[in-house]
Design a protein around this ligand. Sequence first.
Ligand code: HSE
Length: 435
Amino acid sequence: MTADHRRLRVALLGAGAVGSQVAALLLQHGDELADRAGATLDLVGIAVRDVDAPRDADLPRDLLTTDADELIVSADIVIELMGGIEPAKTQLLQAINAGADVVTANKALLATHGPELFEAADRVGAEVYYEAAAAGAIPIIRPLRDSLAGDRVRRIMGIVNGTTNYILDRMDLEGAEFADVLAEAQALGYAEADPTADVEGFDAAQKAAILASLAFHTAVPLDAVHREGITSIDKGMIETARRAGFVIKLLAVCERLTDPENGVESISVRVYPALVSREHPLASVHGANNAVFVEAEAAGDLMFYGAGAGGVQTASAVLGDVVSAARRHIAGGVGVGESTHANLPLAPVGHVVTRYQITLEVDDRPGVLAIVAGLLSDGGVSIATVEQTVHGGGVAHLVIGTHRAQEQNLSDTVDRLAASDVVERVVSVLRVEGD
Ligand code: HSE
């Protein structure tokens, strides 16, 4: 059966890697999608900057237009896949105010202006769908928003950036240096010519803000996300991690913190390279794949794994949203708004409590270990393991694994270690996540 009794007008803004695949699949699987959606989805036009630009998929030329406004005013569903803040934001608001439901994969826009879009949708009873905005093809937005709505999420640890996972994985597998793997990834087109958004953690931070907002029913502004990238990771750190049973992953960690003294809850959202036990499921995420590990109070541990990018893969998530939007449109009623009822305070990274691995280059002479141990003890940081490797020339490396410590104490202690006469250099400080 085809659902030709109902027709919905679908406008697409953007025909890049994802947009062109969305259009192609909408046209190719129109009958099947109509049956699932309960309405025929008429792709009425595709707004692009340049109708003559080369596309990843063959699209009917008569659907291409440079006039987005004309498409938006008459659409039931608007799909925004242009990326960037403007004109995406203005056009999505225009679509919402004209009564359309909107589908977007625009993580930068959601992480910076999400509340504005959600409020606009609430005002008119429309809905914003964004399954493709975090972790590409992996269903994670709906699981957090709907499937886990009856549970309490304790922590999310996500590998949500494929480029950095690819680089760190190659460094781990081949003992390669960061700069060499990055250059090769760029030559092969896996990494962008300007890799800043990926390697400095900006992309992961946007996704972390989106996931944390959903998981903790709290609007999380992007500037509340603590962010560190992977450019300082070298093959020595990877090797040290390996010897201690860890792999280094760029993680987006979204965590519910509870003050042990008064039980007051807050949330911490952070992106940094972290040590993950080789036994942890996230350690098995190789190449450019993504995975989101969710720890919930009742459900326990869940892991969502798959392609975090790619045109056709991400198009799958977008089309799922289009079908949901169509069903809602047919059913009528107001859209489901974003839940920010908990409105938990955002904790600074100094409040985080976790384990750490500190690598120090020290003078190899009597009493040095005792001085280092004393400084850690004075800082309230308890030592779990110590490994010393002698490097010759009177220099040794101490790799210290700590018990759980508060980040602020740890960082103050590392400052005191760095200032100590016996420490030549703080080689690295990495957090351990996933215990
Ligand atoms: N550049 C991102 C990544 C994909 O490497 O995962 C889009 O978010």
